[in-house]
Design a protein around this ligand. Structure first.
Ligand code: C2E
Ligand code: MG
Ligand code: MG
Ligand code: MG
Length: 284
């Protein structure tokens, strides 16, 4: 009896594993060519200055509408794109699209607007990454100051010295570098100490834990980051309470559904023309 049950459990896991492999394979299959078939879109989420209530930036995030699979979350398909060598052309396209868009917004609406673009480790590791970014900036006649590149702690696992050389090259072009999802890695403080970056994006798990944990962790991150001259973005702000909390702790910028989720470019343009973000007395 036990033996039979044991075997069926093995079979169950086996089937489950096989099913997952098939799903990954399906995704990969449909993801190849998605760019050419124009199934990918870039959405923009406001980055709101917490002191002035003004939108100072837009984070570009990718969306995939597959006619076969429906809407697939980037958390699902980006890791597959990274493993299967598809992330380079996709990442190039996101950067180019985001730069074109921000150049339009800067000339028509908000001269100081910045765009933040997520960069996968495989992109950052390319030998010609800096040159690529530089030539894309030139293509849209944009100064480096227009761009923030968002990198996660996992990007720097390989070689910190080599990473810092590349970061210095990017920063000498005026480009800013942000540590994304800060605090979720295994040695966040070591990275903060070693890497030459401009911005820290505190992961939303810290923001969400504040009612239970209290402000200790966010406060400590803010203190260290400010002390070494970095700006701080608080991710995942969904409530007025969270917004007030991170503002009281002197975080510089807020991002989250309270302000707006990622929206299509036309809609983002309308948000920009609101000038100032509605305060809690209004709207919400
Ligand atoms: P991320 O860079 O940390 O992006 C923020 C994610 O948090 C986005 O999810 C956004 O929709 C979500 N978010 C923003 N505000 C809130 C909020 O208030 N509450 C909650 N619950 N979520 C919020 P999304 O668009 O699903 O992207 C997930 C991740 O996929 C991104 O995390 C980023 O790591 C990656 N990603 C997205 N676009 C790209 C891309 O173009 N290239 C690369 N390499 N990665 C990308
Ligand atoms: Mg990001
Ligand atoms: Mg993030
Ligand atoms: Mg995050």
């Amino acid at each position: 009896e036990a033996k039979r049950r044991g075997r069926s459990t093995v079979q169950f896991y086996d089937q489950k594993l096989q099913q997952q492999m098939t799903e990954v394979h399906q995704l990969e299959l449909h993801l190849r060519g998605a760019l050419e078939r124009q199934e990918l879109r870039v959405l923009y989420q406001p980055l709101v200055n917490l002191a002035s209530n003004i939108i100072e930036g837009a984070e570009a995030v990718i969306r995939w509408h597959s006619p076969v699979l429906g809407v697939v979350s980037p958390s699902t398909f980006i890791p597959i794109a990274e493993q299967r060598g598809l992330i380079i052309p996709i990442g190039d396209w996101v950067l180019d699209t985001a730069l074109q868009q921000v150049s339009q917004w800067r000339s028509e609406q908000s001269p100081d607007l910045r765009v933040s673009v997520n960069v996968s480790p495989q992109q950052f590791e390319q030998d010609d990454f800096v040159t690529k970014v530089q030539s894309k900036l030139a293509r849209w006649s944009l100064p480096g100051e227009t761009v923030v590149l968002e990198l996660t702690e996992g990007t720097f696992l390989m070689d910190l010295d080599a990473s810092n050389i590349k970061l210095a090259q990017l920063r000498s072009l005026g480009i800013q570098v942000a540590l994304d999802d800060f605090g979720t890695g295994y040695s966040s403080l070591a990275y903060l100490r070693t890497l030459q970056v401009d911005v820290v994006k505190i992961d939303r798990s810290f923001i969400w834990a504040m009612p239970q944990e209290g402000p200790t962790f966010v406060q400590a991150i803010v203190q260290i980051a400010h002390h070494i001259g970095l700006r701080i973005v608080a991710e995942g702000i969904e409530t007025v309470e969270q917004r007030n909390g991170v503002r009281a702790l002197s975080c510089d910028v807020g991002q989250g559904y309270l302000f707006a989720g990622p929206v299509p470019a036309e809609q983002f343009g309308r948000l920009l023309s609101q000038e100032e973000w509605p305060s809690e007395e209004q709207a919400f």
